[in-house]
Design a protein around this ligand. Structure first.
Ligand code: CTP
Length: 401
């Protein structure tokens, strides 16, 4: 949700400014792009060099960049337009009052007046200042403009007094922002379950039957779902891909049987289910307890059929929107439509091995999306991230129809 978000962070002069170093780190770690505007008094509390290093951007303080040989000014209008959100933290009584009354005597205030994006402010001040009717009036006026207040918390204040006025902790500020952003996203409140990657079927303690699936398609689907506000359960067979996301619960499995169990555990709490895994259709009937020795000239391993996870989910379907994948080499449309019907799906994503650039182990994919009403939409060759965006948007348009 925060990944790729442009955050314009305004820091004003209060002791809580030191905490913004942690805030910037959290935002950067979550994948945001951060630009910092520091008021003159804030630079007494926190070093521009620290913030520039952490945010990976120069810290802006005044309208003119005096360091540069050429005349260079910090364009507040561009900054306001660049920002997806503006966050003022800590927000002092002085700055809040100026914001509420349209004052514009520094870069931060000019950028605030230029910003068209959601503006969050996290007040920080001493107990009596926070209670003062003048501060309360600023809070109310700013909220009446649509700005979002991240309330101060209670605790020991820099003055030694106890009470309300401490700036919210950086983790809580990030949480507040995420919650707000999530509210307006198309998949907020929805749970998406995705199967991804190959399955490995053990032959003996050191060998297995597997396939070349990397899991990339499923992982991109998980990321796109999370980006659009869903909470995601990603059930993944063995994959080298790394994924860390607050809204994605990664469940690692190895065999088709384990994937079957994990998928059925989460199925009934899911709204959208996408089976993108390349599940092994067969497994060795017996797993040798010891490593198999090469004694004979040939070795016969009897395989038995694995349970079809998607088929079973289709048979037990209630309100879930269920999507499968089909990788075909001939009679693609006919076979994909047949699988959609047989497995009781709402839609199926067809990859044809006849398309170069599509399928296993490739960074790109070329798909055709087919729904249960036989609406067919063919897409061009794209990166798997872009394909994931297409698939999720096709699903959203159908669950909202
Ligand atoms: N699938 C599954 N469990 C299995 C096999 C497949 O969940 N044991 C799912 C895949 O994740 C995919 C879909 O079923 O979404 C289609 O798989 P595919 O292998 O193309 O089709 P099959 O039904 O196995 O038919 P065939 O191999 O004969 O083409």
């Amino acid at each position: 949700m925060v990944s790729g978000l442009n955050v314009l962070l305004g820091i004003t002069g209060g002791i809580a400014a030191y905490k913004t170093t942690f805030l910037v780190r959290l935002l950067i770690k979550a994948g945001a792009n951060v630009k910092v505007i520091l008021t003159e008094s804030a630079s007494s509390f926190v070093s521009p060099l620290t913030l520039a290093t952490l945010s990976k951007n120069p810290v802006l303080s005044s309208f003119i960049n005096e360091d540069n040989e050429s005349v260079d000014w910090n364009n507040h209008v561009e900054l306001g337009l660049w920002a997806d959100i503006m966050l003022i933290a800590p927000a002092t009584a002085n700055t809040l009052s100026k914001m509420a009354n349209g004052s514009c005597d520094n870069l931060l205030l000019a950028a605030y007046l230029s910003a068209k994006c959601p503006v969050f402010f996290a007040p920080a001040m001493d107990l009596d200042m926070y209670q003062h009717p003048s501060s309360r009036a600023s809070f109310e006026k700013l909220q009446s403009f649509g700005n979002l207040m991240i309330p101060a918390t209670s605790g020991e204040l820099a003055s030694g007094l106890h009470g309300e006025g401490r700036m919210a902790e950086p983790e809580d500020i990030l949480h507040f922002i995420k919650q707000h952003l999530g509210k307006n996203l198309p998949l907020s409140g929805k749970r998406v379950m995705i199967t991804a990657g190959p399955t490995f079927e053990a032959i003996d303690p050191v060998r297995f039957i597997g396939n070349h699936s990397t899991g990339l398609m499923g992982y991109e689907l998980a990321k796109q779902s999370a980006r659009l506000g869903a909470s995601v359960i990603l059930i993944s067979g063995p994959s080298a891909l790394k994924l860390e996301h607050d809204s994605i619960d990664l469940v690692n499995v190895v065999s088709a049987d384990e994937m079957y169990e994990a998928a059925h555990r989460s199925y009934f709490i899911s709204d959208i289910v996408i089976c993108a895994a390349a599940v092994a259709d067969y497994r060795p009937e017996k797993v040798a307890e010891q490593k198999i020795k090469k004694t004979d000239d040939d070795l016969v391993i009897k395989l038995v059929k694995n349970k079809d996870i998607l088929l079973s989910l289709g048979q037990q379907k209630k309100d879930q929107f269920l999507v499968g994948f089909a990788l075909e080499t001939e009679n693609e449309l006919k076979n994909a439509k047949g699988k959609l019907k047989k497995k009781n799906l709402d839609a199926i994503v067809l990859n044809s091995l006849n398309d170069s650039g599509a399928g296993f182990g490739k960074p790109t994919n070329k798909i055709t999306f087919i729904d249960k009403n036989s609406n067919i939409k063919a897409f061009k060759l794209k990166s798997k991230a872009a394909v994931a965006a297409d698939i999720i948007s096709e699903i959203i348009s159908r669950i909202n129809a």
